[in-house]
Design a binder for this molecule. Structure first.
Ligand SMILES: *Cc1c(COP(=O)(O)O)cnc(C)c1O
Length: 381
């Protein structure tokens, strides 16, 4: 044993990212019309590892990668990923010169950002590729409809800028009632027509997110932008589209103890044992993104059996009441897994804690390790 080498060391908790599942989800989201797919890898790939997911997406033929920030886009380029990348949270104070030099496509929703991008293009001696964003009814990002013509006209006059795409974002794509989505699509088409009248010649029109990629064919245009679905989140309803969970979170029984009836567990004794029972200590907590809200109603799987999380979840640890189950020290504790195997998934955590699975997945981390399995098309293969 060399210095620093440990006999049995392994991480207390690990997020296991399944790239085969990610690849299958991307294939399920891919429009049958021949439109392309942009795999959204923002927020560290919804917690799965931005670069790893991006490599898988590119390896299986995703046409585009999508990120929120300029820094995320530049991190993709720094890792040698040269697929088309769109970032949609640029403003005049972001690293626009670096972004243009790195051939990142930049979304613009106002004239100030557009001009800053043009300045960056002049500095780099190149032409900036821009996608203009129109607000078609979400009132989040995007140019207001009243200012769209002005933005298009400015873009048409700026020589250092080439508008290669126009896009918008849907507010209610997961709503079974397609009325709002139809209205947004019509506003989008109207905006595109106006842009063409200004002399712009966008080649890539895009509107759909995952929910729309699955359920609203009339929103597909040239490209669909998919995040949630890639990571197995089905916003529409109960896994009717066959998307698979892509992340498994496991830890282990770090302490197993027998306690008497009437034992108050964890801070504030929010849980008191009703009978003599076995308590298992699991070394993860809200500091690792396991929501404190799982203290009431959260469950884990040990040796194939579900057991309740009991007492207040701490920053670093939580307690599971396993009754009389013969759990061994070191036994694997499945926090997130496959619902098909009876294990909780991010949606179940979200339901228990009153949020959405997106927030659960992006919140996981802290001290958890990450392991990638079934990777495709890596440099070594
Ligand atoms: C996050 C995001 C997406 C991905 O949406 P999903 O519903 O996760 O598929 C697409 N477009 C934009 C602008 C986004 O911010």
């Amino acid at each position: 044993m060399t210095s620093g080498e440990q006999l049995h060391a392994r991480p207390l908790a690990t997020r296991i990212v399944d790239h085969a599942a990610i690849a299958r989800n991307i294939e399920r989201l891919r429009p049958s019309s021949g439109a392309g797919i942009m795999v959204v890898v923002k927020a560290d790939g919804f917690g799965h590892g931005m670069l790893d997911v991006a490599r898988t997406a590119v390896a299986i033929g995703a046409e585009w990668l999508g990120v929120a920030t300029v820094d995320e886009a530049l991190a993709l380029r720094a890792a040698g990923i040269d697929a088309p990348v769109l970032c949609w949270l640029a403003d005049p104070w972001t690293r626009l010169t670096d972004a243009v030099a790195a051939t990142v496509t930049i979304s613009c929703a106002n004239i100030e950002t557009l001009r800053a991008v043009a300045d960056a293009a002049r500095i780099t001696g190149s032409t900036a590729q821009v996608h203009l964003e129109l607000d078609t009814g979400m009132a989040r990002g995007g140019a207001e409809r009243a200012r769209w013509a002005e933005l298009c006209a400015a873009a048409a006059h700026l020589e250092a800028v080439e508008v290669t795409g126009i896009w918008s974002h849907l507010a209610l794509a997961a709503d079974p009632d397609p009325l709002s989505t139809t209205a947004q699509r019509e506003a989008f088409e109207h905006g595109v027509a106006l842009a063409r009248k200004s002399g712009l010649t966008p080649r890539v029109l895009h509107l759909a997110n995952s929910a729309a990629a699955l359920d609203h064919e009339q929103t597909w245009f040239d490209l669909v932008r998919c995040g949630a679905g890639v990571y197995g989140i089905e916003t529409v309803s109960d896994r009717v589209h066959g998307l698979e969970p892509t992340m498994r979170v496991v830890s282990r029984a770090t302490q197993v103890r027998r306690v008497a009836a009437g034992s108050g567990v964890s801070y504030n004794h929010a849980y008191v044992t009703e009978r003599e029972t076995t308590l298992v200590l699991v070394p993860v907590g809200y500091g690792d993104g396991v929501p404190r809200g799982l203290s009431h109603g959260g469950q884990v799987v040990i040796d194939g059996v579900r057991h309740p999380i009991v007492g207040a979840i701490s920053m670093d640890q939580l307690v599971v009441d396993v009754g009389n189950a013969p759990v061994r020290l070191g036994a694997e504790v499945v926090l997130l897994g496959s619902p098909r195997a009876g294990e909780p998934d991010a949606q179940e955590w979200a339901d228990v804690t009153g949020t959405i699975a997106h927030e659960i997945l992006t919140g996981l981390g802290g001290r958890m390790a990450r392991e990638h399995i079934n990777q495709v098309g890596t440099a070594s293969s």
